[in-house]
Structures are given as structure tokens and as C-alpha cells.
Design a protein around this ligand. Structure first.
Ligand SMILES: [Zn+2]
Ligand SMILES: [Zn+2]
Length: 363
């Protein structure tokens, strides 16, 4: 039986057949969950709100379920793996975000130095965030000084509320992200929250969209106490607000969704930008990567599958464009030869192909 999202996907495909032009103007604005078209009204209206109204919306959303914060007392810690000395990861399920998986579909992790810990992504729900925090507290009592969001997608930021200052100096974390992250959260955050509320219900109680206090434009170094993390902001690739985190001590790279393994890559920024970023990524002197989705893997071999998929998508779309094929045909056929290599292929490939076709059409 198809999942609700797989069903939505087939609806989207047939819709693309009939409304190719319209699809072209709206390539995949919504990721990791319910199809956006049912809620496009919300999306469009949100996009048109002036800034002060946005701030108000964010504030209201933040306090909708303040009561939810009360239930954090004792969460069951997330299962974590120490993949290198002082580097811990919870590996997300290769699924769409649901109440059942508590939104825990992305890899989230933390790094512990002599003086403090840093969190890299907070998960797909406040509950996952609280469980991540409980996992950190099972390892160390050092302050959680930094919370880094690799980008704006819900599976990476919906757990932020768990790490907001809770009145103790111990946990007054600074939130960091790409200089484009505040804009992305403002433009899409309220829509994401509204859409996932419908499917995840009280798992999202206490949700709060927290914009970074410290913005990354180029490179930034954080000192955790005899342990340096290098943060780097990227040009538009997976999204327009991707940040990577490199642990200089163990040469571990947290790549966010710039790297996918097993889980099909999701194109929400620029296919050409992403392909252009791959050699720069490969040049990072890492020994291993924690991808946004998939296993921790030796570097840079970890890029091979993703590169092959993205190149295939680009080649197929360019060939279709050269042949004068319509967008709907790209949605059906581009990248199809990659199907057996990826989980969630049917959930995302047609969207990727649609976005890629629209981007490459204007080369
Ligand atoms: Zn993700
Ligand atoms: Zn993402």
C-alpha cells in the first residue's frame, strides 16, 4: 500500500502532466513531508507577509503550546553512537516525518570538548530535541554552548526549542546558522509547522522556530576547549542555507544535507550549485562524514553515490530539454535508472527531476 506521501507524489506527477507550466514556477518548495499543494494558499500568503507580521507569526507559533514545554522533565534519551572520540550521532530513520517516528529522520549529533559541547541539528520535533538533550546529558554535564543548524528543513530545526535557554547558566546556548537561515525560516517555517501539525499533532507541542543569533557567512571557528569546530557557509546547493561543521580533532565532517547516502538526495536549492560544490566538499581533509541522511562513511568516497545521482539527473534533463520534451516527461523519466540505488526514491525523484528540469531549461 502506498504511504500517504507516495500517494500525494503520484497525484503531483499526474498534475504535472496537466499543469507543466505551473509546476515549473514552483519546483519542490516543500520537503520531507506532506505535499505542499494542498496548502499552497498558506505558503503563498506567508511569502507575502511583510517582515514585522512574520515576526509576530513566529512569536505566536512559539507560544501556541507553551504547556508542551512542561512535559520535558524526563525524556527517554535518543540512541547514540560515538563514531569518533567525543563525536556522537543519532542516525535518523530513512522515512518521511510522522508522529510515529517523532520526526527523527535526519542525523543529529554533538561534539564534546574540554569545556563545552556543541549540537549539530536538533531533529524533527521538540520531543526529538529533548531526547537528544537527554542523550547529551547521559554523556556529559558540560554546558551545551552552541546549537548549529545545518539548514532550515524541518527535520533539522524542529527540535531547537529543547535547547533554548532554560534559566540556568549551564545551558545558555548560542544558536548558529547560515546567513540565509533567518530568511528561510521566516519564509517557510510557519508553513512547515502548520503542515506537519496536521500529521504529527502533539509530537510538535512546544515547537518554536528559533532563528540563529550568530550568522555564518564564510568560515567561523568555535572553540569547545582544546577542540576546534570549523563552520562553513555554502553557496546554494541542497538549499540556499547549507552549513557544514568540521571537527578538527577527529577530522569528522558533519555535512548536513549536502551529503546523502542511502536516502535519495533532495534538490531544494540548485542542482548546478550542488554539482559545483562537490569538488570543494571533496577537498575538505576529513576522514569520515556524517551525512544529513545515511551512514557515517569514509571521506571523500562518501560522495560517489550522490555525485552519480546528481550527474545522472542533470544529463537526463539536459537530453530531454534538447529533445524538446515537456516537463512532465522529465518528472516521469529523468533519473529513473538510479531507482534501485536509493531509499525513498519514489517520494522524491519526480520532484528532483521537476526542479532540475526547470533550472536547466534556462541554461
Ligand atoms: Zn534532511
Ligand atoms: Zn534538507
Amino acid at each position: 500500500m502506498p504511504t500517504p506521501d507516495a500517494f500525494e507524489m503520484s497525484t503531483l506527477n499526474s498534475s504535472a502532466d496537466r499543469h507543466g507550466a505551473q509546476m515549473r514556477r514552483h519546483p519542490a518548495p516543500f520537503l520531507h513531508g506532506p505535499d505542499h499543494r494542498r496548502h499552497r494558499g498558506i505558503y503563498r500568503r506567508a511569502g507575502q507577509f511583510p517582515k514585522p507580521v512574520f515576526v509576530l507569526i513566529l512569536a505566536i507559533l512559539g507560544f501556541v503550546s507553551a504547556a508542551g514545554a512542561q512535559e520535558q522533565a524526563q525524556e527517554h534519551p535518543l540512541a547514540i553512537t560515538e563514531i569518533a572520540a567525543g563525536v556522537f550521532v543519532h542516525f535518523g530513520a530513512h522515512e518521511l516525518m510522522t508522529a510515529g517516528n517523532e520526526g527523527a529522520i535526519a542525523n543529529v549529533g554533538f561534539v564534546v570538548g574540554d569545556a563545552a559541547a556543541a549540537v549539530i541539528d536538533t531533529g524533527g520535533s521538540p520531543r526529538e530535541g529533548r531526547r537528544l538533550k537527554a542523550a547529551i546529558r547521559s554523556i556529559t554535564s558540560k554546558p551545551i554552548r552552541y546549537v548549529i543548524n545545518t539548514h532550515a528543513h524541518p527535520d533539522h530545526v524542529f527540535g531547537n526549542a529543547a535547547f533554548e535557554q532554560d534559566g540556568t547558566a549551564q545551558d545558555s546556548a548560542i544558536f548558529l546558522g547560515h546567513r540565509n537561515l533567518p530568511r528561510a525560516l521566516a519564509q517557510r517555517g510557519p508553513f512547515y509547522v502548520g503542515a506537519f501539525r496536521r500529521t504529527m499533532d502533539d509530537v510538535l507541542d512546544g515547537i518554536k522556530l528559533i532563528a540563529p543569533q550568530q550568522l555564518i557567512a564564510g568560515e567561523e571557528k568555535l572553540d569547545l576547549g582544546n577542540r576546534i569546530l570549523t563552520l562553513r557557509a555554502w553557496r546554494t546547493a541542497h538549499s540556499d542555507n547549507d552549513v557544514t561543521v568540521f571537527d578538527e580533532t577527529t577530522h569528522t565532517l558533519f555535512a548536513g544535507d549536502l551529503v546523502f547516502l542511502q536516502h535519495i538526495p533532495v534538490v531544494d536549492g540548485s542542482l548546478r550549485g550542488w554539482l559545483a560544490a562537490l569538488p570543494e566538499l571533496a577537498a575538505i581533509p576529513a576522514q569520515r562524514v556524517v551525512p544529513g541522511h545515511g551512514s557515517a562513511t569514509p571521506w571523500p568516497a562518501a560522495l560517489d553515490d550522490e555525485r552519480r545521482y546528481l550527474e545522472r539527473l542533470a544529463r537526463d534533463c539536459r537530453a530531454l530539454i534538447a529533445a524538446g520534451a515537456p516537463l512532465a516527461q522529465a518528472a516521469r523519466t529523468a533519473g529513473l535508472s538510479e531507482m534501485s540505488h536509493w531509499e525513498l526514491f519514489l517520494e522524491y525523484n519526480a520532484r528532483n527531476a521537476t526542479a532540475a528540469f526547470a533550472e536547466l531549461e534556462w541554461e
